[in-house]
Design a protein around this ligand. Structure first.
Ligand SMILES: Cc1ncc(COP(=O)(O)O)c(C=O)c1O
Length: 509
């Protein structure tokens, strides 16, 4: 074989590095969402080496590549011990929190259907603060969503959940902690009620699974893991606080009977017999190997040290945010996530809108995540917030981060939130938005509205990118802030189409 490169490896890598240079910094703590940085270069190097070792391996056939099974067994074992599972608890490495969640829901759905001889459509009961991935699971696996509104402080009332639990429920979802506000759900109370009625109770510990067990004062925290007999499955993500690259999570299920429902087998086609414990067929061992390597190198003591640093930085940031005039921390969060909200006790001219604050922070070089809030079915409002995920590296950046949080607030204090109605009027005037879509989003009634076609949606996204900013602030609102403001006043199909176009167009060749 004669071979020559179409492009030299140097040229290819130079191109890649040029693209990467436009990314937000993935290490160094400036991005307080998406990335999980230990700040330990030796650990980063170990991750790289572990991935290199597993690069060519396929997890499709552990009989051919036993290293894959060894890694998975070891990582599942580490997680099971941590989350107090006994021998009855078995598990799987998946590609992330979403795949783990989907599998937990699928297994529960299948068990429910077997119990009901396939008659009826099962329900999934979940607090409104449960991660959106569970709505996706209900959508994919055809479960009816039964959303339980949260209380005004973002916490879940276990009695309200209990009232929904009946024979039609296949699974109830709890979070430890929930993503939007970092609140740990009353898992013990909910799991006990589910247990009594024979309903599966899943704990989404994507964020908490590898932080809460090491949290200072863990013995005073509520119990939420397999120590509770009613807990049937738990997920912990290694590509978050397991400090592995994206692509690895562990789903633990109580009992082989339950766990085997997540498998997919195809033994009656012409090709090789397919046995998939998870959703993916050819599984990559890259992130799995990295997760295992990190867990071995850190051991429990290493996780404790890193988590102490997360806990200390979280406490400092909670105090700092509460001290900022016009801003506060929403909900009784425990763990690495913090939601900053407007302090409604401050007079309007002193209030800080979290989304404008997030935009100001971005201009100062720090990235936090804007969350839209929600008016729940019972009318209780969950506020607009800005989300911060604290990682071990955050502590070393506090001397710069704290003043930036204050400076950003100073830049936008008293500036009212972006008015979505003005944007909607502008879009109607430009002929881009049909006035019939201007109505508060409602997940029940909006389903009957038509979908927005991709070209109109793209035109609106572009208009949002250029929308003149008529606010009084020296900081201009971002396109994302304008989109979230618009989302408050238009029907869901509009927002959904905009979000799809925003993601879909840039990757069209
Ligand atoms: C609590 C929680 N659950 C589920 C998910 C979904 O996980 P992933 O993004 O790994 O698919 C996330 C992601 O942030 C999360 O924080």
């Amino acid at each position: 074989m004669t071979f020559s490169f179409a492009r030299t490896p140097d040229a290819v890598l130079t191109q890649l590095q040029a693209w990467r240079a436009a990314d937000a910094p993935t290490s160094g703590g400036q991005v307080l969402a998406y990335v999980f940085d230990t700040g330990l270069p030796q650990l980063d190097e170990l991750v790289r080496q572990a991935m290199v070792a597993m690069t060519p391996v396929s997890g499709l056939d552990p009989a051919t590549f036993p290293s894959f099974a060894e890694l998975e067994r070891a990582l599942v074992g580490f997680t099971r011990e941590l989350l107090h599972g006994d021998d009855d608890v078995v598990g799987t490495a998946t590609t992330g929190g979403t795949e783990s969640s989907l599998l937990a829901v699928k297994a529960a759905r299948d068990l429910w259907q077997e119990c009901h001889q396939g008659v009826g459509r099962p329900r999934m009961v979940l607090p409104t603060t449960a991660h959106g991935t569970f709505r996706k699971a209900a959508d994919y696996f055809d479960l009816e969503l039964d959303l339980v509104p949260c209380q005004a402080d973002g916490s879940v009332d276990p009695a309200a959940v209990g009232r929904r639990l009946d024979d039609g429920v296949a699974i109830v979802i709890t979070s430890a902690p929930s993503y939007p506000f970092g609140v740990i759900d009353p898992v013990a109370e909910i799991a006990a009620q589910a247990y009594e009625r024979g309903i599966a109770c899943h704990v989404d510990a994507c964020m908490g699974g590898l932080t809460l067990p090491f949290w200072p004062g863990v013995d005073e925290l509520p119990v939420w893991d397999f120590r509770l007999p009613g807990v049937t499955s738990v997920v912990a993500d290694y590509h978050k606080f397991g400090y592995a690259p994206k692509g690895v999570s562990v789903l633990l299920q109580r009992g082989r009977q339950r766990q085997r429902r997540q498998f997919y087998v195809c033994a009656d086609w012409a090709g090789y017999p397919l046995t998939n414990p998870a959703m993916v067929n050819s599984r990559s061992g890259l992130a799995l190997a990295a997760a295992w390597a990190v867990s071995q190198a850190l051991g429990r003591a290493g996780f404790v040290t890193l988590t102490e640093s997360v806990a200390e930085a979280s406490a400092v940031l909670r105090r700092a945010l509460k001290a900022i005039d016009g801003l506060t921390v929403f909900g009784s969060s425990i763990g690495p996530m913090i939601a900053a909200a407007t302090d409604l006790a401050a007079p309007p001219e002193r209030q800080v809108d979290p989304h404008l604050w997030a935009d100001a922070l971005r201009q100062l070089g720090w990235v936090v995540q804007s969350q839209p809030g929600l008016t729940q079915a019972n009318g209780v409002n969950l506020p607009t917030t800005a989300h911060l995920t604290v990682t071990p590296v955050t502590q070393s950046r506090l001397p710069e981060l704290e003043p930036a949080l204050i400076q950003a607030a100073d830049l936008v204090r008293g500036v009212p939130p972006v008015d979505g109605s003005l944007i909607a009027d502008h879009l109607v005037a430009a002929g881009l938005l049909d006035p019939m879509f201007i109505q508060p989003p409602n997940s029940t009634t909006d389903q009957s509205l038509p979908r927005l076609d991709p070209d109109t949606a793209w035109a609106i996204v572009q208009a949002l990118n250029q929308q003149p900013d008529d606010s009084a602030s020296t900081v201009s609102s971002s396109a994302q802030t304008r989109l979230l403001a618009l989302a408050k006043v238009v029907a869901l199909p509009v927002t959904e189409a905009l979000m799809i176009e925003k993601m879909g167009r840039p990757v069209e060749p």
